[in-house]
Design a protein around this ligand. Sequence first.
Ligand code: ATP
Ligand code: NCN
Length: 379
Amino acid sequence: MLCWRPRNMTSSTKVVLLACGSFNPVTNMHLRMFEIARDALNKTGRYQVTGGIMSPVSDGYKKKDLVSAKHRCAMLKAALKSSDWIKMDTWESDQSSWSPTAKVLRHHRQQTEAQFGHKPSPSKRRKKHLNTENTDYHGSEEANDLANTLEAVTVSDLPQNQVPLVEVEGDPAPCVKLLCGADLLESFAVPGLWQEEDIDYIVGQHGLVVITRSGSDPHKFIYESDVLTKYQENIYIVTEWIYNDISSTKVRRALRRGDSVKYVVQDTVIDYIRQHQLFGVPDNKYINHMMPSPNQDMSTTEVDDEESSSSSGEISVVLRSSHPSGHGASHLSLHKMSAHTEKQKVTGNKNGTPSRVPCMSDIGMLYNLRQTRARRQDK
Ligand SMILES: Nc1ncnc2c1ncn2[C@@H]1O[C@H](COP(=O)(O)OP(=O)(O)OP(=O)(O)O)[C@@H](O)[C@H]1O
Ligand SMILES: O=C(O)c1ccc[n+]([C@@H]2O[C@H](COP(=O)([O-])O)[C@@H](O)[C@H]2O)c1
């Protein structure tokens, strides 16, 4: 299914933007990406962005310093209180193992098509019923079941109460496009990181909206890649002129060093980090001496009672104590003992022996090193 509409067609193509990432923690730039992309696509007059989905990776990603999906999702949920059109979807983070991005895109395409209904033949045209207002619908058991069912049956086979109040014909489902920074696009060239058929599927069947990032040259990158050049009509590059190179790595570093991250991440996220003392925050004088912010609703904050652990090998022991700020009598303090020994995704090879598939950041470093060596040899 090709989503980009040829220039000579008049009505606009509806687009849902999907951003996959660690969001460890979610930064303002992750949220900005959606605003930048929506403006740029809507301005073309050819596309209408109707929704945004943020999909955090599961604990199975095992990237260095990755806090548990439970915390990353809670921070994302808190951050998204400031948006009326971007939603979090936990289908990917709920999986016990890491899911390739192509699989996540395919899942969301099925979900979106299920919401809008598969286009039936004219004789089978009819209305379907489902609560489209339910923003938690994506990823719900009901939605998953429906998506699976839709693979096997036509719309007319479905019970009346399963699907939305949407006119089946003439209202095509929005296309789901991958929204990413230019670094993610460039990681396509990292040997062994992405499956070739996945790149083909992602770019060929869905399309990319790429936000420029410091040090990247996505136009040159596409020119140098045969597969990306083949599908360049499906890649929409948005130049971000309000240059901002926030990254989660820099946020984590700042937190570790006791520096302020205010105005870099949402206040609600800072509140959560403080309450759960994530990212080495027990030592962060700045964050621990902050007054609780006015928007902080302690009664709704999720807290762990005794122990939480993630499949990434991280163990978080939670002890009850008063909040370090001294404000609010009975907050929980979290003393975290991190047992990270791994920086890499681990998968099995054909012999059943575990083999390592490094994460983007690790392999990116290796790749740069190789490139530098190759350049030296060329000289
Ligand atoms: N400042 C930025 N400009 C453009 N894209 C960004 C920016 N920060 C993150 N992204 C994009 O957001 C998506 C999610 O990325 P991810 O969660 O890995 O964020 P990150 O901040 O780069 O994380 P880390 O620093 O931990 O590697 C990716 O597509 C990434 O390219
Ligand atoms: O699908 C793949 O092969 C693939 C390979 C590398 C990275 N990704 C995805 O890219 C996203 C950003 O990764 P990272 O390492 O920068 O946090 C995250 O959602 C990963 O699942 C996906």
